[in-house]
Ligand binder design. Sequence first.
Ligand code: NAD
Ligand code: NA
Length: 396
Amino acid sequence: MIIEPRMRGFICLTAHPEGCAQNVKNQIEYVKSKGAINGPKKVLVIGASTGFGLASRITAAYGSGASTIGVFFEKAPSEGKTASPGWYNTAAFEKEAHAAGLYAKSINGDAFSKEIKDKTIELIKADLGQVDLVIYSLASPVRKHPDTEVLHRSTLKPIGGTYTNKTVDFHTGKVSEISIEPATEEDIANTVAVMGGEDWAMWIDALKAENLLAEGATTVAYSYIGPALTEPVYRKGTIGRAKDDLEATAFKIADKLKDIEGKAYVSVNKALVTQASSAIPVIPLYISLLYKVMKAEGVHEGTIEQIQRLYANRLYTGNAVPVDEKGRIRIDDWEMREDIQAKVAKLWEEATTETLPAIGDLPGYRSDFLSLFGFEIDQVDYQKDTQEVVEIEGLV
Ligand code: NAD
Ligand code: NA
């Protein structure tokens, strides 16, 4: 079978098994090339199949030789349809990990549900006893609340007033103005219910109640801040309220973990092309300008570079974990550098359909987007027939 990208709006309907596998291999090689990290040994990653969560799993396994359990929500291949990228990523990760003698098992299902939490708890009990790191890296548009069964939908809206700014269609390169109507109180509450900290706390409570968190265990969830430019639609919008809630939850969890000397952190990561971020208006234009500036300065990073640095230079240095005035780990430090932000802000003023090819990195954006689905990966021959991947080793 020859698989090509098939786009519909901001999503790609197809994924390439070998391309995804190559992506995973490249991330593994990167982590190995950076040397050993005196890091975690038994790790649970919630949201482990793509983006920052996948990078967290790979860094734990190949940086520190950790046993990993990954939880995610991905589609297996079906009649006439490829699997979702996270399915192929995980199939490749499991295969590589097992060949390298590393323990790796995976659970595919709704992490917000009690059923999947119970399943994960049983697996940890049976195989690992306890975990010493829990990464929480979910990005989802919906959450069915386990107690009320209400289906909450998150939105990406400004709060208090209509927001108008530039945006780009990264497929065509057309820069246009977009206006987004403000959120209702219900939109805000729903977004906090999906992307806020409640489910993270539920996971930690459930694990702790069963004594599955090792003495000194750490848990980390991921957040984003970004520049003033995107504030109305991101940090001061509905998703920002959810991130405020997530960040506040880190303190609540830290309190609950005091008796086992556990730690809970939010790490603020860099803006990157992922399935989630491509759907946010304004952000793709910001990212394409940011990439151009960061690449020129030699400080551009992808998810694996970010997370390798998070483990090696923040979490597992042997010293206290450095945090900002709000207790957050900052791995977005290079994105937020004053000189970088000043350059991006200036380019933002200049950005039009005509100027963007010269001042922005749309090719980099598109290529990163396609590579999320296993396309445009250097080492892959796309003219060659691919093998469908119907099984994930270690899937429980
Ligand atoms: P992603 O879409 O690549 O990954 C999301 C993961 O969550 C996948 O493994 C997916 O399978 C899993 N998932 C989604 N719904 C699920 C469900 N119901 N049950 C189980 N698993 C489910 O997203 P990402 O960009 O890596 O985002 C991860 C976190 O990092 C988010 O909190 C996001 O806000 C944050 N973050 C992202 C950026 C960025 O620019 N992309 C920057 C900073 C922080
Ligand atoms: Na993730």
